[in-house]
Write a protein that binds this ligand. Structure first.
Ligand code: NAP
Length: 256
């Protein structure tokens, strides 16, 4: 019989995990995965009705409305979660938006809006949760970046999104290194194309499907469950020697 206790390191029993953007898509799935692994999950987003529906399915879960573009709401959300559960152990910075238009039509307001949600909020929430993690010398942050933080997205044009996700990847490296001796690990997940509200319509759009067929070595979009292993790995002790890194799950898109 094997002496290796393989699966215990993936357990999250008793850990408190905040998942931003948990009202739909990947974030809702991540919340289910972490809860299944034993975490006490705090679900946050703007659509509180969606959060409450999900919380009703996940015993012990807390739904907290928070617009991550607002600094006061970020502060209030982390405070509420920490008071409710007695701390914060895991932060999944997943909330994200993108505005698809060419650079000539993109406005400064578009760029600022996307950067605030996708990058500034990630920086700020990491800082706020860090206040609970540093004293314990323990914590995990997973930033949901994108392959579009690594490579260009044109013909789908969204310079705002690419810039924001590239910044998240670099922020991940820097925080991973700054906190490496303080017991906090910071890593990023870079998904390729997955069907969610963000990419709604791509599955039936001929041009989008042609793009995927021609450019993705695995010629299809990903399915939500295909990120389960990576998010759990990064959130748990299974990745205890990993920090400042990215995991890319994209059907081979960036390997070409
Ligand atoms: N789908 C893909 O192909 C793909 C690929 C690579 C990376 N990603 C990244 O994965 C993450 C999740 O996206 P998704 O694909 O699951 O899309 P989604 O279904 O549109 O989910 C986006 C989530 O972000 C939340 N959100 C947006 N603006 C917010 C704000 N101001 N405050 C709080 N929450 C906000 C939304 O909740 P509310 O509207 O209720 O606030 C929603 O829960 C994003 O960071 C995205 O960039 C997605």
């Amino acid at each position: 019989m094997s002496q290796i206790d393989l699966f215990t390191q993936f357990r999250l029993d008793g850990k408190v995990a905040i998942i931003t953007g948990a009202s739909s898509g990947l974030g809702a799935r991540f919340a289910r995965v972490l809860h299944e692994a034993g975490a006490k999950v705090a679900l946050t987003a703007r659509r509180v009705d969606r959060l409450q529906q999900l919380a009703a399915e996940l015993p012990g879960a807390l739904a907290v409305q928070c617009d991550v573009s607002q600094s006061d709401q970020r502060e209030a959300m982390v405070k509420q979660v920490a008071e409710h559960f007695g701390g914060v152990d895991i932060l999944i910075n997943n909330a994200g938006i993108g505005i698809t238009k060419g650079i000539e039509s993109e406005t400064l307001e578009d760029f600022r809006e996307v950067l605030e949600v996708n990058t500034t909020a990630v920086w700020h929430l990491s800082k706020l949760c860090g206040e609970h993690m540093v004293p314990k010398k323990s914590g995990v942050i997973v930033n949901v970046a994108s392959i579009l933080g690594l490579v260009a997205s044109t013909p789908i044009k969204q310079a705002n999104y690419n810039a924001s996700k590239g910044a998240v990847i670099t922020l991940t490296r820097e925080l991973g290194v700054q906190w490496a001796r303080k017991g906090i690990r910071v890593n990023a997940l870079c998904p390729g194309w997955f069907l969610t509200e963000m990419t709604a319509g791509m599955e039936s759009d001929e041009g989008a499907q042609r793009l995927i067929q021609q450019n993705s070595p695995m010629p299809r979009m990903g399915e939500e469950h295909e990120l389960d292993g990576a998010i759990l790995f990064m959130a748990s002790d299974a990745s205890s020697f990993m920090t400042g890194q990215c995991i890319i799950i994209d059907g081979g898109w960036t390997a070409r």
